[in-house]
Design a protein around this ligand. Structure first.
Ligand code: AMP
Ligand code: ZN
Length: 493
């Protein structure tokens, strides 16, 4: 808490479009809600980038001494295809295609989600509520909105009346969209016949006879609309007004806009003080998405089993790669960028061992540790600017190497202080893990790469005896180097 008072954290608030000083509603405590995954498929790296961004947010708030309650839901019903109010429920559709119970689908992909986040060292939320576990509460929210006259019942479904709401509230406050634009964009969608206006959205949908996931309600058997669960569960676990609500940029509209409308219709003014949106991970310049197939799975990166990749990458390298971009910037995924991150990550980790072995001197340290520490915190206080913090880490790496080479000195006291602060930044706040490689195969890859680099240097130096020796001895060890026009690769004999 003392650290929080000292460090003045600013957060970019999507609602105001500005960076604002962060002031929690209740001193010393923070309530944060992040929209979780729709568990009908394996999570891809894009999803994981968003969850990692909020892992950084919660880690930093906790590091500053705040008592954080982190809620992240599991969407296990009601998220229809194309984010519309018609079409099939994504989970029911997958269940039908795979001939499984919907809850088997939910369980399978929830487990996968947890495993992948765990491998990337993302801390679990404090509460992980699911939509199906909160049907009763969601029905109560619908009743509340109906009682305020902001929704209507048609043919077993309940719709939110956007025009009625707009008489007294600002629908579009978060996304900056206006009602006229929405008329234009939503006309082409199917299944609009029950709605008074195409902008209206479903709070409760009637279940057709073939629909498996269904619950009794005052309006007949049905299931909740997608936006409803987040309003209901955030209110239940964090209160009618809470500090931070997060999710990917693509959720701003309609999902978050509808959440605000639902909460305000229930009489809760401004449910959220700071709306945070993480930007997209792209592949080939296009958003990674489950539905289009333009995505890479984390396990493919950890095992190197995607043709897009030249090798396997350690989860911490993937984490480091993502943190080298600010969470509000688009980040394009590529093998070359991952390889560059790996080099940086290995260098950073190596410098920690070097620091540990450094000789200390009695003369003062030729590095302003205070300024450097402040610069690291300044980066994080500036809307969680991890790339700038990482740049500061490399300033420290440079200094450590200068001391190693005898070009600078460090006192025993400063060495200890630098070690502690590096640990805070690297492990507590950025959540990196020290192992450069988690499998023997990875390590062999790295050693062969080092030898290939040495061989290339020998060739540049025209030391062909050495370059041939490296190649021949690798063959004796069962490793064949393959020279091609795109460089050298290797295979096991
Ligand atoms: P979903 O399971 O589709 O509801 O998505 C779960 C979370 O991942 C949401 O916060 C999305 O905004 C986020 N997300 C989806 N695709 C991407 C992407 N390509 N890059 C970053 N975040 C994404
Ligand atoms: Zn949500």
């Amino acid at each position: 808490m003392a650290l929080f008072r000292e460090q003045r954290l600013k957060i970019y608030n999507s609602l105001s479009g500005k960076k604002e000083y962060f002031v929690p509603i209740n001193e010393g405590r923070v309530g944060i809600y992040v929209c979780g995954p729709t568990v009908y498929n394996k999570v891809h790296l894009g999803n994981l980038r968003t969850f990692m961004s909020f892992d950084i947010v919660t880690r930093y708030l906790r590091h500053l001494g705040l008592n954080v309650r982190y809620v992240r839901n599991i969407t296990d019903v009601g998220h229809l295809e194309h984010d519309a109010d018609s079409g099939e429920d994504r989970i029911s559709k997958k269940a039908r295609l795979e001939s499984l119970e919907p809850m088997q689908i939910v369980q399978r992909y929830t487990v996968d989600f947890h495993q992948m986040l765990n491998r990337l060292n993302c801390l679990p939320p404090d509460i992980e509520p699911s939509a199906t576990g909160h049907i009763i509460e969601q029905i109560e929210t619908v009743k509340d909105i109906l009682s305020k006259g902001m929704a209507y019942v048609v043919n077993g479904s309940v719709y939110f009346d956007v025009f009625k709401y707009s008489d007294s509230h600002h629908y579009g406050i978060l996304s900056g969209r206006n009602l006229e634009d929405l008329i234009h964009n939503s006309r082409s969608l199917d299944g609009q016949q029950d709605k008074k206006n195409p902008q209206d959205f479903a709070l409760w949908k009637k279940a057709e006879p073939e629909h498996i996931m269904r619950w009794p309600s005052p309006w007949g058997d049905g299931f909740p609309g997608w936006h409803l669960e987040c309003t209901t569960m955030s209110t239940k676990y964090l209160g009618a007004q809470f500090d931070i609500h997060g999710g990917g940029m693509d959720l701003k509209f309609p999902h978050h806009e509808c959440e605000i409308a639902q909460s305000e219709a229930c009489g809760n003014q401004q449910p959220v003080n700071y709306w945070m949106h993480a930007n997209m991970l792209t592949l080939n310049g296009q958003k990674m998405a489950k539905s289009t197939g333009n995505n890479i799975l984390p396990e493919e990166v950890f095992s190197g089993s995607n043709t897009f990749l030249s090798k396997a990458y350690n989860p911490s390298v993937v984490r480091f790669f993502m943190l080298q971009a600010h969470y509000r910037s688009v980040l394009d995924f590529s093998d070359a960028a991952l390889a560059a991150s790996e080099k940086g990550f290995v260098k950073l980790m190596a410098s920690l061992s070097v620091l540990n072995q450094l000789p200390v001197s009695k003369i003062t340290t030729s590095f302003n540790l205070n300024n450097w520490t402040n610069a690291g915190y300044d980066a994080m206080n500036d809307d969680f600017n991890t790339p700038v913090l990482i740049a500061e880490l490399f300033t420290a790496v440079k200094f450590i190497n200068q001391v190693k080479d005898g070009d600078a000195q460090i006192s025993a006291e400063d060495k200890k202080a630098l070690e502690i602060q590096l640990n805070h930044f690297i492990f507590d706040i950025l959540g990196l893990e020290s192992q450069a490689s988690d499998s023997k195969t990875d390590r062999i890859d790295m050693v062969v790469k080092i030898l290939m680099d040495l061989r290339n240097q020998a060739r540049v130096d025209k030391d062909f005896a050495l370059s041939d020796k490296i190649r021949d001895q690798l063959i004796e060890a069962g490793i064949q180097l393959n020279d091609g026009k795109d460089g050298t690769g290797f295979s096991f004999l």
